[in-house]
Ligand binder design. Sequence first.
Ligand SMILES: [Zn+2]
Length: 220
Amino acid sequence: MINFHPNMQQLDLFVAGNVEPSVALIFSAHIDMCHKCRQKCQKLQQIQSIEALSENIRVATDLSSMLHGITALPQSQDVVVKPSQYKPLELDGKKFELPRTLKRYVQHTGNWSRLVGKLWQAPVDLGYMGKANFIYMENGGKVPEHTHKGTELTLVIDGQYSDGLADYDCGDFTLLDGQHKHQPHSDVDGGCLVFTIVDKPLHFTAGIARLLNPFSHLFF
Ligand SMILES: [Zn+2]
């Protein structure tokens, strides 16, 4: 069950197109998985269109030409690829079902690398939006305790994990920053796959993992 969602203010900015493209991507992927946020976004969209329309009517001298302008706007730039054309995300013969928004990025996902602590990482090239990672924690897998120099956006794609702050399930979204110190780990059969975007390297804080700091770009 999904317990962690973007907040109302974040969704409002998202619907208005006022969030970073990479943030919009992870919000869209969450919304693919979350009917509650889908409904909230539809409502926000209606409110924003009514506000925009009444503003436009106030300034438009010719409503019909304005409406023509709206309908003549270019459609979404997305290249339509049939679902069957998407490759599934695979690791060691295990196939993962991705939210619709992320399916197209499988072809931009690099090879899996096995890291210490029963962790796997595959980098995702988001083009002009930067980069992201799929991180897979095997059952018993652990990311060393760390804090963040920037922000860390995470969406659970499959399985469950905990990080000392909370327990997360499939579809849960979190945004953490320098105020949060945590240690993600998965202790469930089948482990946990997350999609994560960090805008600055992680900072490992505890024990021998501090020695990992020179390699913190691995997660970046
Ligand atoms: Zn939600």
